[in-house]
Design a protein around this ligand. Structure first.
Ligand code: AMP
Length: 485
């Protein structure tokens, strides 16, 4: 068993401390292979599965190399989906927290104007989906002349989703003198071609052989069903399985709506996620599912890619996916971080041909697939009491990984921003005039039109708030209090 520590990479103590607070004690195999190469600014192609710890593998070197004083973005990370953009942003902000690294996420179906104003402020690292990043580049709202590192995360997914032309166009805007790191679960020829065009010929290749540690432990099963009784069959299966946390995948928005409605009637703690929903609603649903408040999520493939939620015990394919690759992505939401998960696919008559294709694609001798049969009524009835008990039980909220990290950081609200012509230097000037407060105690500053948020580090938040009650900023008296969120 590998017991190397993060210190041996020679990274700054702020990052090592943040990793410990995040309960990352030893590097995973992919981190051990990638971090030393990345710190030397080498170009790297990494073939590894999601769940192997690859976000931290590129997050650490990027945070290490970021210079706090530089206001322009120094690293750009391209990802296939909005959800993944937000997740990568949070992961990297956590790693860089004590270095006060600011990460900005940009993606479609969300206010361009808000993103533009965020990009105007200090952003060390930008993560986004290709379409929206390109829009910002064309508008001139994303400055790239200081970009020293480019990460292509889930490159095969970006290819599958048709983003490759946009990725190439984005690369055309970037400085030639840069490091490029490409992460992909598979390396189809188009990805190899991309690498040979846009990466250093001396690039390193890292291929993580599946091992017990990085192979998801998933028990795969399927059940033949009649189309007309699918909903009832699903509820029966859930009743006897009684999952702690379950994602049910459907192929279309309409199917998601119908299944969610049916299960909601049965009083399950459930919500839904699909691309037709408002971005804020999508994020709220993800948060509630992640925190454990919702045990069940009905979703289209938007929830299938790259999303990292601890402890999903069951993945059910209510529909056999249209794309065979989706099977792997969907079922990969369970069996993560060394835990065993269960995947069950419901196969109706019309899906049989597609199911055979998936079986040929996803299964070989090393992976077992079990057929299960419809549970009989007696078993379902016997399982009901336990099922109902669990769905009515209040779930103890999961402790967020970054709780320890954030315990000494207070977000402080000021009721004045750009409209009052306030700039970061005005705030820093006043705050550092307080006795025992220095620039190191001031974290991320976010100035909006009418309000400003400033993170105060090292447990000094309450002291700063009390001191600020009778001070002014640039001669202006502002309300100062702990921010609600
Ligand atoms: P990823 O491959 O980036 O999707 O990461 C998979 C999971 O591994 C995430 O839940 C991470 O929080 C977790 N993780 C990453 N690095 C480590 C580490 N060194 N030790 C423990 N867990 C980790």
């Amino acid at each position: 068993m590998n017991k190397k520590s993060f210190e041996t990479f020679g990274i700054s103590p702020e990052i090592v401390t943040a990793l410990t607070s995040l309960r990352y004690f030893n590097p995973t195999a992919v981190q051990e292979a990638v971090i030393p190469l990345a710190l030397e600014k080498q170009d790297i192609i990494v073939e590894s599965q999601t769940g192997s710890g690859k976000t931290v593998a590129f997050g650490i070197p990027i945070c290490e190399q970021a210079e706090w004083e530089e206001n322009k973005p120094q690293a750009l990370i391209l990802v296939p989906t909005r959800e993944l953009a937000l997740q990568v942003k949070d992961d990297i902000m956590n790693i860089g927290r004590l270095k006060r690294i600011k990460v900005t996420a940009v993606f479609g179906k969300s206010s361009f104007k808000t993103q533009k104003s965020e990009l105007k402020q200090k952003s060390h690292i930008v993560v986004g989906t290709p379409g929206r990043i390109l829009e910002h580049l064309k508008e001139g709202t994303l400055v790239v002349d200081k970009i020293g590192s480019l990460v292509l995360d889930e490159a095969d997914e970006m290819l599958n989703m048709g983003f490759i032309d946009q990725v190439e166009e984005i690369i055309g805007y970037l400085p030639n003198e840069r490091q490029t790191m490409l992460f992909s679960a598979t390396l189809p020829p188009q990805i190899e071609r991309l690498a040979s065009f846009y990466m250093n010929p001396d690039r390193a290749s890292v291929r993580m052989e599946p091992s017990a540690e990085n192979t998801p432990k998933i028990l795969h099963s399927y059940i033949n069903v009649e189309e007309s009784s699918k909903e009832k069959r699903l509820l029966d299966l859930l009743t006897i399985e009684n999952p702690d946390s379950c994602i049910i995948f459907c192929n279309t928005k309409d199917a998601v709506d119908t299944v969610e409605k049916y299960l909601n009637k049965a009083d399950l703690p459930i919500d839904k996620l699909h691309g037709g929903m408002d971005q804020d609603d999508r994020l709220e649903v993800m948060d509630e599912f992640r925190s454990g408040k919702l045990r069940y999520l009905v979703a289209t493939d938007v929830a299938a890619r790259g999303i990292d939620i601890d402890n999903v015990t069951h993945v059910i394919n209510y529909d056999v996916p249209f794309e065979k690759e989706s099977y792997t992505h969907r079922t990969g939401r369970t069996g993560r971080a060394g835990k065993t998960g269960l995947a069950l696919t419901m196969v109706s008559d019309q899906d049989r041909g597609r199911w055979q294709e998936i079986r040929d694609y996803a299964f070989d001798d090393s992976l077992e697939l079990t057929e299960v049969f419809a549970p009989n009524e007696r078993l379902v009835n016997r399982s009901k009491a336990a099922f109902e008990k669990k769905i009515n039980a209040r779930v103890a909220p999961k402790i967020a990984r970054n709780k320890e990290l954030n315990k000494d950081i207070t977000k402080v609200y000021f009721n004045g921003g750009k409209k009052k012509k306030l700039r970061a230097v005005d705030f820093v000037g006043t705050l550092t005039s307080i006795k025992d407060v220095s620039a190191e105690d001031i974290g991320i500053i976010t100035i909006q039109e009418n309000v400003t948020y400033i993170e105060i580090m090292n447990g000094k938040g309450p002291y700063v708030i009390s001191e600020m009650q009778d001070r002014t900023i640039k001669g202006k008296t502002l309300k100062v209090r702990k921010a609600h969120k």
